[in-house]
Design a protein around this ligand. Structure first.
Ligand code: TTP
Length: 243
């Protein structure tokens, strides 16, 4: 794999991972203040409007019919983010094709997907990670407890997530833990920084500052080189209404 640091032809790529409501978007948005980083938010809006159809909503309302289609579209849109070119030395993404697989695993465990649907999605996943240019240099795992993310999710009240139960978040948590904490489930494609993301937004901002320094230093760019833009980003928010 080509070196992702100075003089490299590709950016040092960081994926922000964690349960639903763990604060990925907020964490990611903090990077928008730097002029050396391409920030790629998860394409939830695309999932909500596929030629006028809200696929996220359909998936929650009728998973047996729509889960496979939805996960197929998630994989496509995540691949589009991975392969997006950037002249900047850093790229920070919300989630990845790797964590999309956590949801496939969850649907498999809940018997929402038929065996043949799992096979097709997993074949797609395998092909993507083998053939597409999706190099990842670092994973930041925002580790949370399900009770806390459940409260945050209820507070932000995304209308499609009305049907999401605490049990579902426990399962998604468990799968992330098996993948990134215990490292027993899937391949972990890069080194991991694990952060306690149960904390308040102020405490998370402090964690962000430390993490950001590690990221920029790991690629040989000093703080000075990763200049902040003149207009600062707004203060981080958890549980803000997303729609
Ligand atoms: P998340 O990707 O967890 O995004 P979020 O907005 O909850 O993140 P955060 O609060 O940490 O900023 O989930 C978005 C929605 O999409 C959520 O309802 C779960 C769903 N989803 C799937 O069903 N399958 C998938 O593969 C992915 C990536 C998300």
């Amino acid at each position: 794999m080509a070196s992702p640091c100075k003089n490299s032809r590709r950016p040092f790529t960081v994926c922000i991972e964690g349960n639903i409501g763990s604060g990925k978007t907020t964490f990611l948005n903090n990077f928008k203040q730097f002029n050396n980083t391409m920030v790629l938010q998860e394409p939830v809006e695309l999932w909500r409007n596929v030629k006028g159809m809200n696929l996220l909503d359909l998936m929650y309302k009728d998973p047996t019919k729509y889960a496979c289609l939805f996960q197929s579209y998630v994989q496509l849109t995540m691949l589009q983010l991975h392969t997006m070119k950037s002249p900047l030395p850093y790229k920070v993404m919300e989630r990845s094709v790797y964590s999309a697989r956590c949801f496939i695993e969850s649907m498999k465990r809940m018997n929402v997907l038929e065996d043949v649907e799992v096979t097709v999605l997993e074949e797609w996943h395998k092909w993507s990670i083998t053939h597409a240019v999706i190099e990842t240099d670092l994973i930041v795992y925002l580790r949370t407890t399900p009770d806390i993310v459940y409260k945050r999710m209820r507070a932000r009240a995304r209308k499609e997530e009305k049907l999401v139960s605490l049990e579902y978040l426990e399962q998604i948590h468990q799968i992330h833990e098996e993948w990134l904490y215990h490292k027993t489930l899937f391949n972990v494609p890069a080194p991991i920084i694990i952060l306690d993301a149960d904390q308040s937004m102020e405490e998370m901002f402090v964690q962000f500052e430390k993490c950001k320094t590690r990221i920029f230093e790991s690629c040989g760019q000093s703080e000075r080189e990763s200049r902040r833009l003149t207009s600062p980003v707004s203060s981080p928010k958890f549980g803000a209404a997303s729609d």
